[in-house]
Design a protein around this ligand. Structure first.
Ligand SMILES: [Zn+2]
Length: 162
């Protein structure tokens, strides 16, 4: 399941990416372009614009909250998503990250980062390098909460014991 996210929901798009979901976000797209993209690429449109709900042949979820954390939870709760795969997608451009050899990170990250970390990932599109300790450390706690929420939404109620 992939998404296209309207211009009001940039933070939601970033957090969906942080959880590994494909969330296209381009604030330059107008309503018609959003709808076209959703249809052409089979994406679910996430929007706070009620006018878009009336479009035909469109998979769309109306986002009720103005607060990003509740927005993410609504998506996790209401759509049949596969398990989150945190930290596998570029936060900036939505491209899947690739593992890189540690030696390849030399020169691309500050030396103090290089000596302290073993694992690096590269965005093949925008060339950003990620490692535990940048954005990821600050986001870790929230990501864990959201993954736990995804699991809780899917947990079957325990069978009754007699
Ligand atoms: Zn990127």
């Amino acid at each position: 399941m992939r998404f296209v996210v309207d211009a009001m929901l940039g933070t939601l798009a970033q957090w969906l990416r942080a959880l590994g979901y494909d969330a296209l976000f381009d604030p330059s797209l107008d309503d018609d372009a959003l709808v076209r993209t959703a249809r052409a690429e089979g994406r679910v449109l996430l929007t706070r614009d009620t006018a878009l709900l009336r479009r035909r042949n469109l998979q769309v979820l109306y986002i009720t909250s103005q607060q990003w954390e509740e927005q993410v939870r609504q998506v996790l709760r209401e759509l049949p998503l596969p398990p989150p795969a945190p930290l596998t997608r570029c936060l900036e451009c939505n491209t899947p990250l690739e593992d890189m050899l540690r030696s390849e990170a030399w020169g691309l990250v500050p030396p103090y980062v290089f000596v302290r970390h073993d694992r690096f990932r590269l965005c093949p599109d925008c060339q950003r390098v990620y490692w535990q300790g940048t954005h990821w450390d600050r986001m870790q706690r929230t990501i864990e909460d959201l993954v736990a929420y995804w699991e809780a939404c899917r947990r079957q109620p325990a069978p009754e014991r007699r």
